[in-house]
Design a protein around this ligand. Structure first.
Ligand SMILES: [Ca+2]
Ligand SMILES: [Ca+2]
Length: 567
């Protein structure tokens, strides 16, 4: 069966309902070191449209750590943790080529309804100092000792000012970004200061390399032996008649463009993929040994094999056995430089292991998922059909209901429900309604929070439970859907009588549960208590502060909270 993994529209960004990650319940922050949950390593790749004038270029990297925590409510933004930001400084023109260094940690920056597709790297670009107000001198402590700095003030907007402490001619040692209390959309922003502290700066090699990796049957022309930072690059890709060029991708395999000619200004060592339209070049069965050289008729020094949907990566001289089903990206290397990529679809199952703690016990589940079944779920709806289906939510409900009525997806829910019931019975002897649902919630809370846009290419992307399980990640609606599907299947198996709903709030989704017995927890106007599925530390019934008003008072907000009951 041929399925299309990435139709050409796959990476079109849509703007709609978004989801704010719930932070850990404040109650337990004190005992758990704040992991860099919100900080996701992203290799930012920024094409700046500057006009290619590189006369007198002097390059310097400046690296910052950022401290600032902000959690201003539903219509503003959320961020936390340490961030490294690198700038390439262009001293001639007092400008910054904002180039995110590969491996930079970029703050999880969510500015709702005004989302910036390429976050943070453009966000405090060093402005022209001449255009700023110089307010005096100040000696500050820096990583290279005390520095007497010139202090500059910049007014970005009525709500936002920035202060720069600059010394040594050009080095901004500290930047304070101050956001005054004010309105963003209809929510409020609290008074906040972010401090960017210089962690060092180095001279930059103004030469950079461009590595172009061709897909099977694709040839790229226009690459040169060497470049200087600021040079314009012009590449052209062509298929060999059988293969059709589908697009340029950056080193993280993020789509750049489908035009056959790509022009951009190079600001650092860069790797670009020119991909073939075919979704995969060859297929194989898991367990079979394959000679990659024969399969692709190519003789590189070695191959590098990466599981596109997993975390595995390994090197091979040519003979290789795929142990799990999946889609693999195989890169051929010559002289330690990637030259060609191939895609291999491997039939078979792959294991996903879930481990979590609940009520003092440690739990571990292994789910074996057939890659074809995952693809089936993935292709069941188009990305357009994975948007919130307002106002009647008919399709939204099917993300839950199909998971236990569709014959390809049902066995997974059945098996997982049996396993969870079994684990609970072993731990507690018998199953009680609240306790069991709270246990189910703990399972979903421990699934990695993955923002839709970063992981799917879409601002909004709803997943079936089977996808969330295979991906071992999802955002608020995905884990809520998973919880509700499991709760439904378990309810049938256990003969219980609770009711369930998907709660759709402004910028968040959760599970709602109506127990057959009353609880201490406050219910919303429709009678459901809250089930936070994205973060640990919330018992069934606990409502995160930031959504409390929306949940308990559906009229509070212009787009009201909706209780979508699953029956
Ligand atoms: Ca979402
Ligand atoms: Ca999602």
């Amino acid at each position: 069966m041929l399925v299309l993994l990435f139709p050409p529209s796959f990476f079109i960004i849509r703007r709609q309902f978004q989801c704010v990650p719930m932070s850990l319940n404040p109650k337990i922050i004190a005992v758990i070191a704040i992991a860099a949950v919100a900080c996701i390593a992203v290799a930012a790749f920024v094409f700046m449209n500057q006009s290619g004038n590189n006369d007198g270029l002097e390059g310097n990297w400046v690296e910052y750590s950022v401290n600032g925590e902000k959690d201003a409510g539903m219509e503003s933004y959320t961020s936390s943790g340490e961030v490294r930001i690198s700038y390439l400084y262009h001293s001639e023109k007092q400008k910054v080529y904002s180039a995110g260094e590969s491996g930079s940690i970029i703050i999880n920056y969510t500015e709702l309804q005004k989302r910036i597709p390429v976050p943070i790297v453009r966000f405090i670009e060093m402005p022209d100092l001449d255009s700023m107000e110089k307010t005096g001198k100040e000696t500050i402590s820096t990583t290279v000792g005390d520095k007497e700095c010139d202090v500059y003030k910049q007014t970005v907007s009525p709500e936002e000012t920035r202060t720069y402490w600059v010394a040594d001619g050009w080095v901004p040692y500290k930047i304070a970004k101050h956001i005054a209390k004010g309105d963003v959309q209809s929510g409020s922003v609290e008074d906040t200061v972010y401090l960017y502290k210089n962690k060092g700066h180095t001279e930059v090699d103004v030469n950079c390399d461009l590595v172009v990796v061709e897909g099977n049957g694709i040839t790229v022309s226009g690459n040169k032996e060497s470049y200087k930072v600021g040079d314009m690059v012009k590449l052209t890709a062509e298929g060999d008649g059988k293969a059709v060029f589908s697009g340029w991708y950056d080193e993280d395999m993020k789509f750049i463009s489908s035009d056959s000619t790509l022009e951009f200004e190079i600001t650092r060592d860069t790797k670009i993929y020119a991909r073939n339209y075919s979704i995969w070049d060859k297929t194989a069965n898991s367990g079979d040994e394959i000679d990659l050289k024969d399969t692709f008729n190519v003789h590189p020094d070695y191959f590098y094999i990466e599981d596109f949907y997993g975390k595995s990566a390994e090197r091979s001289e040519g003979k290789h056995t795929f142990t799990s089903g999946g889609l693999y990206v195989i890169t051929a290397y010559v002289d330690d430089t990637p030259t060609k990529i191939y895609w291999m679809y491997v039939f078979g199952s792959t294991n996903r292991v879930f481990e979590w703690n609940y009520d003092g016990n440690h739990y571990k589940i292994t789910a074996s998922i057939n890659f074809d079944d995952y693809q089936y779920a993935k292709n069941y709806y188009t990305p357009e059909e994975r948007q919130c289906d307002r106002p009647d939510h008919v399709r939204d409900k099917t993300f839950v209901t199909l998971s236990y009525t569709d014959e390809r997806m049902k066995p997974y829910m059945d098996k997982l429900a049996d396993t969870l019931i079994d684990l609970y019975e072993k731990a507690y002897g018998s199953v009680d309604e609240y306790g069991f649902l709270d246990f189910l919630l703990s399972f979903t809370q421990n699934i990695e929070y993955e923002e839709d846009e970063k992981y799917t290419g879409y601002v909004e992307y709803w997943k079936f439970p089977l996808e969330t399980l295979f991906d071992q990640g999802g955002d608020c609606e995905d884990t809520s859907i998973l919880f509700l599907a499991l709760a439904h299947v378990c309810k049938e198996k256990l003969g219980m009588d609770y009711r369930m709903a998907l709660m759709i709030m402004p910028t968040h989704a959760s599970a709602g549960v109506m127990l057959s017995t009353s609880t201490e927890y406050e219910a919303n106007p429709d009678g459901f208590i809250f089930g936070e599925t994205t973060a640990t530390g919330y018992d069934l019934g606990d409502i995160p502060d930031k959504v409390e008003d929306y949940f308990l008072d559906a009229q509070y907000y212009p787009s009201p909270t909706t209780t979508v009951e699953i029956v």
